[in-house]
Design a protein around this ligand. Sequence first.
Ligand SMILES: [Zn+2]
Length: 110
Amino acid sequence: MQETQKEALVQKMHAEVGRLKTEVVRLKEVTKPVAPDDSIGRLSRMDNIVNNSVNTAALTKAESRLAGLEYLLRNIDDPDFGYCVECGEPIPHERLMAIPGVRLCIQCAE
Ligand SMILES: [Zn+2]
């Protein structure tokens, strides 16, 4: 991988880390357990439970993507960086830029 491509990618990954951190904070806020409050009413409590499970899933996903990106950024000089973890082929730069932190080539991801 060319140095300039790598630099662009590192910038992209840092931007994505920043975005994910904001997202994790927001999701943690919305997944906080709500105190039972009769003024909410039964129906909206049901809504809350449903929304919460969706948000909790989103939070788990965001946290694992964040951990993955932070790991990659720490190991950016790893010679395997930018290669598919499945088949070992280089991952096209466009794909790396489109999905920061992606570790599979298009074929293996399918
Ligand atoms: Zn592959």
